[in-house]
Design a protein around this ligand. Structure first.
Ligand SMILES: [Fe+2]
Ligand SMILES: [Fe+2]
Length: 359
């Protein structure tokens, strides 16, 4: 039966009632293709190549070049418009999982929304990291087979999450841009930081897309999620920008947690394919990854640090007067020797800077 096959794609089908029928329909060919093949990615080759592939991504060795450099007569290379700040190895390793305590109703609402989203996505992507349910106690091997995270499941999660992560910064930047023009007022530097954040998130997505290509179902999910999330953020930011920034702050806490687990799983030997993988060129260039530090693990360290930065920026923005305070991340300080918000992660503050610390 489909449940006993190692080749069955779980993903979003984990919570889909129609899944067994759909799975059975192409189970035969999948089973034949999967047995005896060595790696997790190869196991799913055949089923990803079928038109009925699910919420999944294709391994890089089966992909067409996703976005090749355009060939033009006069242009040699197109650099990143926002060069990425340099992170040192020590700074990367020092990023920690953290949570900002809820302090008021707005925070509580923001956190509840993030928990709801996380719960939904966990169900959809078959993510049960470390959940001590009955099965884990009685049959750890079966639990690992069903719920244990693999490179493929993490990749699905990463691609989906990054495709929505680039939305809030763009929405917030756009609304502040329109507000500034409409009300004929200065913005005090917030817009660029917000747009840069969405640019950075899109670079995360493009990097992952160099490693895995989403199938039609995944593309549909991304399309739907973007439609819903963009509009939700749009109205939320109009009603309460402070709550919207807090929401993103909490969302980024989750992102740091997920990437930390991916790094830990590589270290624990649970993701053998990633352990031997190198980062794609696009990532090496964008993050200026030094030689000798260009593995998948290094890449996840960089991405995690970016998420930690977004966590800090959005919690800080959530603490400020939205209309009058300058953006502390682009401001010059009277005493620059003292720790203060910067574009890099030299003074990373997991729960954000309080208003009185910076303004
Ligand atoms: Fe990201
Ligand atoms: Fe992020």
């Amino acid at each position: 039966m489909y449940k006993s096959s190692p080749s069955v794609p779980r993903g979003i089908f984990a919570s889909n009632k129609a899944a067994p029928q759909i799975l059975r329909a192409f189970h035969g060919s999948v089973q034949e293709a999967s047995y005896g093949l060595r790696s997790a990615f190869v196991v799913v080759h055949r089923q990803w190549a079928t038109p009925s592939r699910a919420f999944s991504t294709a391994p890089s060795n089966r992909m067409k070049e996703f976005f090749p450099e355009p060939e033009t007569k006069n242009i040699r290379v197109t650099e990143a418009a926002w060069p990425h700040p340099i992170y040192t190895q020590k700074q990367l390793e020092n990023v920690i999982v953290a949570h900002r305590e809820v302090r008021n109703r707005s925070d509580r609402f923001a956190l509840a929304m993030v928990r709801l989203l996380r719960w939904g996505l966990d169900r959809a992507s078959g993510y049960r990291h470390g959940k001590a349910n009955e099965l884990l106690k009685t049959d750890p091997a079966e639990w690992a087979r069903r719920y244990g995270m693999t490179e493929k499941k993490y990749m699905i999660r990463n691609v989906f999450l990054e495709s929505v992560a680039g939305v809030p910064g763009m929405v917030a930047g756009m609304l502040r841009h329109l507000h500034s023009m409409r009300r004929m007022k200065r913005d005090h530097g917030w817009i660029e930081t917000l747009l840069e954040e969405s640019y950075n998130e899109r670079m995360h997505l493009l990097t992952f897309l160099k490693m895995a290509e989403p199938g039609p179902f995944m593309r549909l999910m991304v399309l739907g999620a973007q439609g819903v999330f963009f509009n939700a953020m749009f109205f939320a930011y109009l009603v309460s920008p402070r709550t919207a920034h807090r929401f993103v702050g909490y969302l980024e806490e989750e992102a740091v947690l997920t990437y930390t687990r991916e790094i830990e799983d590589i270290d624990a030997g649970k993701l053998p394919m990633w352990a031997n993988m190198t980062a794609p060129d696009i990532a090496v260039k964008y993050w200026n990854m030094p030689e000798g530090h260009r593995t998948m693990r290094d890449l996840l360290l960089y991405i995690r640090a970016d998420e930690a930065k977004h966590r800090e920026v959005n919690h800080t923005f959530g603490n400020l007067d939205q209309k009058n305070d300058p953006n502390p991340y682009v401001s010059k300080y009277i005493n620059p020797e003292l720790p203060h918000p910067t574009k890099g992660i030299e003074y990373l503050k997991p729960t954000g800077w309080e208003r009185e610390e910076v303004i």
